[in-house]
Design a protein around this ligand. Structure first.
Ligand SMILES: CC(C)(COP(=O)(O)OP(=O)(O)OC[C@H]1O[C@@H](n2cnc3c(N)ncnc32)[C@H](O)[C@@H]1OP(=O)(O)O)[C@@H](O)C(=O)NCCC(=O)NCCS
Length: 158
């Protein structure tokens, strides 16, 4: 059955779908109040990916949240439902975030990613991020965080 992917702004009705994805893809899932806080923080922005089929059934399949502060986009959360991995949804959400930054005249995007998260690191590199540093033992399990940057004047691939 033909399916259509829509990238749109998040709304409160999306929280249940986000919680389901949080619980299935993260070791330390965000709670409902964390998601609501992110949705309503004046610094925070987001995009969600919604998939609809010909029967008009739609489901939330991914989302990204980011802060826009002092000319910088800071990624705070990116997740795609595991049944939809590898279909380009993460890339589309990331590009929507980067384009939002460019439209608001940000100079760069920054993120932290677990050193073991090879899939996410590959996705970020594909979208123009490069490693600029390491925060040793940053996560609760003492895993390092890799700091990555996408400089909109140099390495954003569009
Ligand atoms: C990371 C994540 C968002 C990627 O979403 P996705 O929709 O599967 O990503 P895409 O289909 O757009 O793939 C983008 C790139 O990631 C890489 N990638 C995707 N799946 C991969 C896999 N199984 N193995 C290696 N690389 C992979 C590839 O470089 C791919 O680009 P390509 O298809 O041109 O080769 C998703 O895996 C996820 O939700 N993971 C759990 C949460 C998480 O880790 N979030 C990021 C925290 S910083």
């Amino acid at each position: 059955m033909k399916e259509i992917l829509l990238i749109r702004r998040p709304q409160v009705d999306d929280i249940d779908g986000m919680l389901k994805i949080e619980g299935s893809v993260f070791h330390e899932p965000w709670t409902k109040s964390m998601l609501l806080h992110e949705m309503f923080s004046p610094l925070s922005k987001g995009w969600v990916a919604e998939c609809s089929n010909a029967l008009s059934r739609s489901s939330l399949v991914g989302y990204v949240f980011f802060w826009m502060v002092a000319g910088e986009v800071h990624l705070t959360r990116l997740a795609v439902d595991s049944s939809w991995h590898g279909l380009g949804i993460g890339s589309q959400l990331l590009r929507a975030m980067l384009n939002s930054g460019i439209l608001e005249n940000a100079q760069q995007a920054i993120l932290e990613v677990r050193s073991s998260n090879a899939v996410a690191r590959k996705l970020y590199e594909k979208c123009g991020f490069i490693q600029i540093g390491v925060r040793p033992r940053y996560y609760e399990n003492r895993e390092d965080a890799i700091i990555m940057q996408c400089d909109f004047t140099e390495n954003y691939l569009g």
